[in-house]
Design a protein around this ligand. Structure first.
Ligand code: CP
Ligand code: NVA
Length: 301
């Protein structure tokens, strides 16, 4: 049994094992080869925030693996009325074989893991989004053949995506550059770790970060829970956009990724988005294969 609470907790070997398994499961799915690796298992999916990709990829993924998934909205659970996470964890441990949770505080996910007796998978917190980044690494490797030595540039808010991309990128041998406004940098401890363990820069100069990039990545300027800051953020982040000028300084064959949902003409122009739609929707598809690999890795006996 293994948790996926944040990528820092996983070794390089854990990450590559899951990426290899994801490639295999994708091949099997495309070729109609059944893979009921979690037959008879049940995953509970607790959502305290909205989701399209995470919910559907875990639910379909569990079906493909021969198990079942339960969608548990915090609006309906007693957790939404104040039942403590530590009690919820101990109760759900008695019914389920694993829990995927999407919530606000990373501490809630860590608490669930410390009280429960079953694998906990982080489906996004304000701090990180490890499942998305495993799908991203899978997509980069698929399109560019390798992760080692590739330059990954993230442009935008130093948010959950930025935090996980830095950790995932550095652990797999990529060079990581982040361009964000000075007051919206990624987690300081993650940046310190990245500087000590690989090639990492954080700057407020978008073109400096994008120069010679193999992969350009962006995400919304206002994340879930920050809706009331959206107008203010549109002003602050105006120049932190993937557009033709950014693409012009990246490698000529650079790929573009976006975890989605996207806000066209904010963090990415509609033109660049559509020119790279193939890569972006491969990335979305790979959520399914990567999440299946995560579930097998964490929940298999
Ligand atoms: N990228 C991602 O996690 O999408 P959802 O919010 O739709 O799950
Ligand atoms: N940063 C975004 C990611 C959505 C997948 C959010 O937290 O809303």
């Amino acid at each position: 049994m293994k948790h996926l609470l944040k990528l820092q907790d996983w070794s390089e070997q854990d990450i590559f094992e899951v990426l290899n398994l994801a490639d295999q499961l994708k091949y099997e799915k495309k070729n109609g080869i059944p893979h009921p690796l979690l037959k008879g298992k049940t995953l509970g999916m607790i959502f305290e925030k909205s989701s399209t990709r995470t919910r559907v990829s875990f639910e379909v993924g569990m079906y493909d693996l021969g198990g079942q998934a339960l969608f548990l909205s915090s609006r309906d659970l007693q957790i939404g009325r104040g039942e403590p996470v530590e009690d919820t964890a101990r109760v759900l441990s008695r019914y389920l074989d694993g829990i995927m949770i999407r919530t606000y505080a990373q501490e809630e996910v860590e608490m669930l893991a410390s009280y429960g007796l079953i694998p906990i998978i982080n489906g996004l917190t304000d701090y990180c989004h490890p499942c998305q980044v495993l799908a991203d690494l899978m997509t980069i490797r698929e399109h560019r053949g390798t992760l080692q030595g590739q330059k990954l540039t993230f442009i935008g808010d130093g948010n959950n995506m930025a935090n996980s991309l830095i950790v995932g990128g550095i652990k797999t041998g990529m060079t990581v550059a982040v361009a964000c406004p000075k007051d919206y940098q990624p987690d300081p401890a993650i940046m310190e770790w990245a500087k000590a363990n690989g090639n990492f820069i954080c700057t407020d100069d978008v073109l400096e970060a994008a120069r010679d990039a193999d992969v350009l990545y962006t995400d919304v300027w206002a994340s879930m829970g920050q809706e009331e800051e959206a107008a203010m953020r549109r002003e602050i982040f105006r120049s932190f956009q993937i557009n033709d000028a950014t693409m012009a300084v990246a490698k000529p064959d650079a790929m573009v990724l976006h975890c989605l949902p996207a806000h066209r003409e904010e963090e990415i122009t509609a033109k660049v988005f559509e020119e790279h739609a193939n890569e972006i929707f491969d990335e979305a598809e790979n959520r399914l294969h990567a999440q299946k690999a995560v579930m097998v890795y964490c929940m298999k006996d």
